[in-house]
Ligand binder design. Structure first.
Ligand code: TA6
Length: 286
């Protein structure tokens, strides 16, 4: 059953979508940026970090949740940092609740605003599915113009942790990464990724190899799968950068680790009429 009107709500004064699966799993997305701001699996515990100092205003990025980075990662191109998708209003195309879970599809199409910055026609859809112990977030992009286009993208997921120094991210052993702080390439050793200082890395992947990572903390573990997103960004601003961020309480860098499913190293190339999708799945572990 289509449930568009019943899932529309307000969140911190902004238009939002509230998803509730029959088993109790829940998610909330802002229409601006199609940004997830909350995810609770069936156990009811919040798994995404959202800043209490986040700014909710037209055209302003919201600190936390799952910002959609498109069509440009960071400052790797002429557009504003992390592209325009996260600060534009998306529309709710579909909402469904079934025994399997709750689903929403949000859409952003090229417009005069996007064409003035990026001369390509596109349609992007973000599909969010919440059920039991898992959250699926899928970004699909279609080239609706008549010329090729290319883009970089990421799901910039802020994962909530109790204490970032006690968390570790497994699954990147032996992988090459770009240390964005030094501009140098390095290799992850045998150990898991831990955070005891600022971390800003792009782990390079292979387009045909999907990845599964485990975020371990005392007492709980989260599995993170990514499909069709070759790269993984790991980010924590640590003390000094956090102090410089007006929309982050000073010690809250301890409360999250960003683990981002991304396509950066090899931009996605789409001929006219072609489409691409990439997905990140979060699963709480027993
Ligand atoms: O994805 C990591 C990163 O590019 C970092 O360099 C960091 O500054 C972060 O994203 C946050 O960017 P934002 O524009 O949201 O402040």
């Amino acid at each position: 059953m289509d449930e568009i009107s019943s899932v529309l709500t307000r969140f911190n004064g902004r238009s939002a979508v509230a998803l509730q699966a029959p088993d109790g799993a829940q998610a909330v997305l802002l229409l601006q940026g199609a940004q997830l701001v909350s995810w609770r699996a069936r156990d009811g515990r919040e798994r995404l970090y959202l800043s209490d100092s986040a700014v909710y205003a037209d055209g302003q990025a919201v600190r936390g949740g799952v910002p959609v980075v498109f069509p440009q990662f960071e400052k790797r191109g002429p557009l504003q940092r992390h592209g325009f998708a996260r600060v534009l209003p998306w529309t709710l195309e579909r909402a469904d609740v079934s025994r399997e879970g709750a689903l929403a599809v949000l859409r952003l199409e090229s417009s005069d605003i996007t064409l003035a910055q990026w001369p390509h026609r596109f349609a992007a859809e973000l599909t969010v599915n919440v059920s039991n112990e898992r959250l699926d977030v899928e970004l699909e992009v279609e080239n609706t113009g008549d010329a090729p286009l290319s883009f970089t993208a990421a799901l910039h997921t802020y994962l909530r942790v109790h204490e970032v120094e006690e968390a570790s991210l497994e699954g990147l052993r032996g992988q090459t990464y770009l240390d964005s702080l030094t501009g140098r390439e390095a290799m992850q050793g045998l150990g898991a990724v831990t955070v005891e200082d600022e971390v800003d890395r792009i782990y390079w992947g292979h387009p045909e190899h999907d990845r599964t990572l485990l975020l371990r903390e005392p007492g709980r573990t989260l599995a993170i799968d990514q499909q069709n997103f070759p790269d993984t960004v790991v980010w924590n601003p640590w003390t000094e950068k956090a102090l410089a961020m007006a929309d982050l309480p000073p010690s809250d860098f301890r409360r999250f680790l960003c683990v981002e499913a991304a396509a950066i190293g090899e931009p996605v190339q789409l001929a006219a009429g072609e489409a691409w999708w990439g997905r990140q799945t979060l699963r709480t572990q027993p």
